[in-house]
Design a protein around this ligand. Structure first.
Ligand SMILES: C=C(O[C@@H]1C=C(C(=O)O)C=C[C@H]1O)C(=O)O
Length: 423
């Protein structure tokens, strides 16, 4: 694989502090927005100073798409002329990327935007990234964006597998697990929504950020979502992660909600599913880090539509380990692949009946110091023109029941289904 940026001229990068207090999303233009937001902080960006598409890999275990991305960015950022008056994570040059779940899929993409607006700890900034000479300027930010468009009426269509076929796939996975071939596999399904005209991704981003402030609301190259699952946050050599696995829906009343939470915390099946995910994180980060710390028992994470078992983890990376090396080592975690990884990925290819694309792959941003945030692209949809393809998956273990997994997938679909619905 040999890939290059579509534009490889030397970058001139300038970051200035802004007094602007408007929500970051209000700056975004409608065309190809890039976004990473949590609770009002984060980055929104647009334009393309450089772009690379990383093709499918021959080796099913994969990893080259991450190392190629790291190489491209190292070269581009090393050569950039940077004037950064702010000096926070995410200032100076940054790239957004979204990688496919499966190494064998095409579509991994790396974008260095031409304008970035960011906010963190009460500081707001604007970065322009471009060739030398006059070009993009802070004025870019003050230009009024086109008004948000509602989505309009939707027609829902079936996914690659019908509900019945998908339940059959879950049953087949359970049989395979009981037969001893593997411990856990995550099976996903898709669904299609067609609007009458092109969907405005900013409309979805605004609704997602408002409804899910504790999640990472993201958009990269048409993949739009709000994911709770932090794969890796890096500052200096310290990395943090949040392992999620084990799910119940939210209850309609306080009592029902508490009963569902109690059931989740007491469930052997969910505890097992969760343990595999924590173990996969430890095993992946172990060789790259001096110490990996994870909470001994999972906590309860309550989101708008679902509640999860959650384990925060942290580690100190060894010298010389790049952020994308760590992302590559972690992906796919048992929360989206399974245990053991290779057998689970093989079973997913065999049973799921679709290409996941960038769903369940790493999505995030990185700056020139290697600081950045990467999440697993869940609770998301691939938006192209007037069509949205939604994804949702569930961890399958020996004790899984297909109907219960179908209901769980439905509650995960709801995040994007609600974002697509005008009220
Ligand atoms: C696969 C998804 O979610 C993952 C699977 C979970 C589970 O099986 O309990 C929980 C959180 C995520 O790690 C998804 O949202 O599509």
């Amino acid at each position: 694989m040999s890939v290059a940026f579509a534009s490889s001229s030397r970058l001139a990068v300038r970051t200035v502090e802004l007094r602007d207090r408007r929500p970051l999303l209000s700056h975004l233009p409608a065309a190809a927005p890039l976004c990473w937001l949590r609770g009002g902080d984060g980055l929104v960006a647009w334009g393309e100073a450089a772009r690379a598409e990383l093709p499918a890999e021959g080796d099913p275990r994969g990893g080259r798409r991450f190392s190629e991305a790291a190489r491209l960015l190292r070269d581009l950022f090393a050569d950039a002329e940077v004037d950064d008056a702010v000096g926070l994570p995410g200032t100076g040059p940054v790239a957004f990327a979204s990688f496919t779940f499966d190494a064998r899929s095409n579509g991994s993409v790396l974008v260095v935007p031409s304008v970035v607006a960011g906010r963190r700890d009460g500081h707001t900034w604007l970065t322009t990234i471009g060739g030398r000479g006059p070009g993009s300027h802070p004025e870019a930010l003050t230009a009024p964006g086109a008004p948000l468009r509602p989505v309009g009426p939707l027609t829902w269509g079936p996914g690659s597998l019908s509900a019945e076929e998908w339940c059959g796939a879950v049953g087949a996975a359970v049989d395979r697990i009981r037969g001893g071939g593997l411990d856990k596999a995550v099976l996903a399904r898709d669904a299609f929504a067609d609007a009458e005209r092109a969907v405005d991704p900013r409309t979805l981003l605004g609704r997602l950020a408002a409804a899910h402030p504790e999640c990472y609301t993201f958009a990269v190259d048409g993949l739009v979502g709000a994911t709770p699952e932090l794969l890796l946050r890096r500052e200096g050599d310290r990395v943090e992660s949040l392992v999620l696995a084990g799910t119940r829906r939210r209850g309609a009343t306080r009592e029902e909600d508490a009963a569902l939470a109690e059931d989740l915390l007491a469930s052997d099946k969910d505890g097992e599913e969760h343990r595999y995910a924590v173990e996969s994180l430890r095993a992946a980060l172990g060789p790259l880090a001096t110490e990996v710390a994870a909470s001994p028992e999972p906590e309860l994470l309550r989101l708008a539509n679902v509640q999860h078992l959650a384990s925060p983890a942290s580690a100190e990376l060894r010298p010389g380990v790049s952020t994308l090396d760590a992302v590559a080592a972690l992906h796919p975690t048992a929360a989206v692949g399974g245990t053991p990884t290779a057998e689970a990925v093989e079973l997913i290819r065999e049973l799921e009946g679709m290409d996941r694309g960038r769903y369940a792959g790493p999505v995030g941003w990185i700056d020139a110091q290697g600081r950045g945030e990467w999440a697993i692209a869940l609770r998301c949809a691939q938006v192209s023109g007037s069509r949205a393809r939604l994804f949702a998956g569930c961890g399958i273990v020996a004790g899984s029941d297909p109907q219960a997994e179908l209901a769980e997938a439905d509650s995960k679909f709801r995040v994007m289904a609600e974002a697509l619905t005008d009220r």
